[in-house]
Ligand binder design. Structure first.
Ligand SMILES: Cc1ncc(COP(=O)(O)O)c(C=O)c1O
Length: 421
């Protein structure tokens, strides 16, 4: 039996214990955090839609019209019209023949990955993929080849080694803790060469990158080459829930095989309607995406001016890697004291030795706020004895984290043919 107190003490000693902080009000650019006003620089409400009046109204109206809960899985108590409407809109948005809603991005990834690979097959997964993909790999019971981050040669080696057992390559489009983009064109090329499917998780790409915020796959012009695009409604689209966009037969297959779709209650109507309104706003006001990207450029430039290493990120996610978990926590607290909330991210979310502050820009931030935040973060770092610029660039950090002996242990925890590399 797990010794709860001992485990909590151990986490505290390692600087890895987590606690909840209380935010009053919505996820706006400024919030009251544990009673203190701060700039919110770590929310995935990238386009400021979670608290947009039209999104709120749509959710409130839907609660009155369809009720708050969906009642059951759609396979059990019927598919509500609002679900179908959002699926049609998402399929059109992603230029695919179909879309299937899931309860969350976590459920979508575990469901899609475990449906598309099975015992005796091999899934190739980037070592920095989100935990929900890692868990999907585990649930699939397939062998998992964890390839070094964005390393196409390593991926090709693994596909070769799989000797025809390869089923799937799965990758984040935009990496959630690093803000870099997967080499999707090369991945698709390898998938063709080895006849395996490709799943791309656009959790941080939707609404943030690509034409009109259509994601990293659209940016690379690969809409017809990727078997399943997973996206979440809980980040740029300001709501909750997720989707898998794919061709109709694939959607039929997932509907029959993805366990989180089959065995979990459908997304609540207010969340679905809120996402529909957010999608309208995204399409009607593409300027929001441009503003987000401009703000990301401003933040990176201001951080670089303060001496921080930010070269690895090309998106709205900007990590400040400090290495040590305890140091990352102390800098986070010091930044809060200076009016900026940028959450410290530690193992197991990121590899050991690469703890960081993960900054996330919103289109609703003002440029002056981002400038002030960069200065506050530099002062906070210095106050904790960390000189900006002495951290690692993302690329360097991920190379360090890529040591083969670490790959299976840290990111996967199960037998991995990566250990043979
Ligand atoms: C890359 C990635 N995929 C999936 C998810 C899960 O999405 P959701 O929050 O909708 O469960 C996240 C969220 O944290 C993520 O960062």
């Amino acid at each position: 039996m797990i010794e709860i107190d001992a485990r909590l003490d151990e986490l505290s000693e390692l600087g890895l214990r987590r606690r909840l902080r209380l935010v009053s009000g919505p996820q706006g650019p400024r919030v009251i955090l544990d009673g203190r006003p701060v700039l919110l620089l770590c929310s995935n409400n990238y386009l400021g839609l979670a608290d947009h009046p039209r999104v709120r109204e749509a959710a409130a109206d839907a609660a009155m019209r369809w009720g708050v809960g969906a009642g059951a899985s759609r396979l059990v108590s019927g598919s509500m019209t609002i679900h179908r409407r959002l699926e049609e809109r998402l399929a059109a948005f992603e230029s695919t023949g179909a879309a299937l809603l899931f309860g969350s991005g976590y459920l979508a990834n575990t469901g899609v990955v475990s449906a598309l690979a099975g015992s005796g097959e091999v899934v190739s997964s980037d070592e920095l993929n989100h935990a929900s993909i890692v868990d999907g790999c585990r649930l699939s019971r397939a062998e998992v080849f964890v390839y070094r981050h964005g390393d196409i040669e390593h991926l090709a080696w693994g596909l070769q080694e799989a000797g025809g057992r390869g089923a799937l390559i799965v990758t984040d489009g935009v990496f959630s803790m690093d803000g870099d983009v997967a080499p999707l064109a090369e991945i698709v090329e390898l998938a063709h060469a080895y006849d395996v499917r490709v799943v791309v998780d656009e959790a941080h790409g939707t609404g943030a990158v690509g034409p009109g915020g259509r994601g990293a796959v659209a940016e690379a012009g690969l809409e017809s080459e990727v078997d399943v695009v997973v996206g979440t409604l809980g980040k740029a689209l300001g709501s909750y829930g997720a989707y898998a966009c794919c061709e109709p037969r694939m959607a039929q297959f997932l509907l029959n095989s993805a366990r989180p779709f089959i065995f979990s209650t459908a997304p609540p109507p207010p969340a679905v309607a809120g996402a529909l309104a957010a999608l309208d706003l995204l399409e009607q006001e593409p300027r929001r995406v441009e503003k987000l990207q401009q703000n990301a450029d401003v933040l990176r430039a201001e951080l670089a001016r303060e001496g921080f290493e930010v070269a690895g990120s090309t998106t709205q996610i900007v990590p400040l890697i400090v290495g040590d978990a305890d140091l990352a926590m102390r800098i986070c607290e010091a930044a809060i004291e200076r009016g900026v909330f940028a959450q410290a991210i530690r193992p197991p979310t990121v590899p050991p030795g690469t703890s960081r502050l993960r900054l996330a820009v919103m289109s609703s931030h003002r440029k002056s706020e981002l400038r002030d935040a960069a200065q506050a973060l530099a002062r906070a770092a210095l106050a904790c004895g960390f000189r900006p610029g002495t951290g690692m660039a993302v690329a360097e950090a991920t190379v360090r984290a890529s040591a083969p002996e670490d790959a299976g242990r840290v990111f996967d925890g199960q037998a991995s043919i990566a250990s043979a590399a």
